[in-house]
Design a binder for this molecule. Sequence first.
Ligand SMILES: [Zn+2]
Length: 228
Amino acid sequence: MRRLILPSLLFMAALGVGLGLKYLPPAWDPRTPLDLTAAPNALTGWKLRWMALRPEACLAAFSHSGLAVSRVPDRPSDTGCEIENAMRMPSELRMSPAGPVATCRLAAAWTLFERHGLQSAAREELGTGIAGVRQMGTHACRNVNHAATGRRSQHATANAIDIAGFTTVDGREITLTRHWPGNSAEARFLRRSRDAACRYFGTVLSPDYNAAHRDHFHLDMGGWHACR
Ligand SMILES: [Zn+2]
């Protein structure tokens, strides 16, 4: 009789998990594509990381969210600079230069950041929303830190974006170079934006990291986790 206890418990546990998954709301179901327009929850980061293993889950997230994307054809490379599962960066903001090439995962993280982080940081610190973003590039076939040797940068595969600043709805220009130092409302907005970005991107480097980043945020979806 005692030999039946463990299998019975395992069966009951499996049944419980099965029933639990069946009645989970979509936002809490690990099998449902990530809704990029919905408020993030504890599964959001997990679903973003899952996209690294299952690229189709990323495109499914955009279609599940009702967001159209402009795909970019794959481009193989012998030098570690391939383009795969890429699109023109989707944005509700006026991005300049417009439409940089981005991996689907980078685009997904950006979409979450823009909708569930950047705007609330601006409203709370600046009393207005963000209308535009100035970016310094996503794709460049180069190594980390522009070094002659070493590993490829996440920029080599369009898996990173550099952000120089923002334009508010009421027309203020906010740049990392001018506004990061100090404790102005603009500085607090930039710090809160950096912290919000850390919830979605794998690596976030700000002027706090080193002098090479004094004029931009580096946001990427590589495997290394950093929030500096
Ligand atoms: Zn960068």
